[in-house]
Design a protein around this ligand. Structure first.
Ligand code: GRF
Length: 196
């Protein structure tokens, strides 16, 4: 069974969905590490409940991104992690981690990319008055929500939707979609007959 790590900064509801899928067996992978850049985040509490090791750190205690990513890389290696799922990790990945995990790292973003990249994608969609928005899972590259798209799902925007309502609808779709896409990416052979 492959070891995966999840990176989160906040509530960690997607982290929870991934852990639940792993425990139920629908995701054939073991969540071996949570990486969290906000020491008080709810995601950490969730990890503790499931006995999942956490590396929680404050970026401001390091001189730069390379320094904390070096430490993250050490933790990933210790836990023999082969694949990373970013789930609400509010930070661009630097060359230190990318060079080691390129093609082995996905992110989930709450819009139909390339529409509404970056922060507050749900607010941006409401502001733009689009009739539908959605969720994108994509491989991670060095840009902001720019890597190759793996899967998308649409969510209808209703007239009376607030940010909170739309966020709830999006979260529901994310929690179904993300574990399934991770399962597919990990278990579908590539053209070369290898797995990710
Ligand atoms: C999700 O909406 C995800 O698409 C975005 O950040 C949010 C994280 O939510 N990247 P949670 O922490 O998983 O609840």
């Amino acid at each position: 069974m492959k070891n995966i790590a999840v990176f989160a900064s906040g509530s960690g509801s997607n982290f929870q969905a991934i852990v639940d899928a792993s425990e139920s067996g629908s995701l054939e992978a073991k969540v071996s590490l949570l990486v969290c850049d906000r020491p008080g985040a709810k995601a950490i509490e969730r990890a503790e409940k499931h006995g999942i090791p956490t590396f929680a750190f404050s970026p401001k205690e390091y001189p730069d991104k390379e320094a904390f990513e070096t430490e993250i890389l050490n933790k990933l290696e210790e836990a023999e992690v082969e694949f990373i799922a970013l789930a609400g990790y509010m930070r661009l990945i630097g060359p230190m981690l990318l060079s080691r995990f390129e093609g082995k790292m996905v992110n989930i973003h709450p819009s139909l990319l390339p529409a509404f990249p970056g922060k507050d994608a749900i607010g941006q969609a409401l502001e733009a008055g689009v009739p539908e928005t959605g969720v994108t899972v994509h491989f991670v590259d060095n840009g902001m929500d720019t890597g190759p798209i793996v899967e998308q799902a649409t969510v209808q925007v209703d007239e009376n939707d607030t940010v909170e309502i739309l966020q709830q609808k999006i979260h529901k779709i994310e929690h179904e979609l993300y574990p399934k896409v991770i399962q597919d990416v990990l278990h579908t052979p590539t053209e070369k007959g290898e797995f990710v």
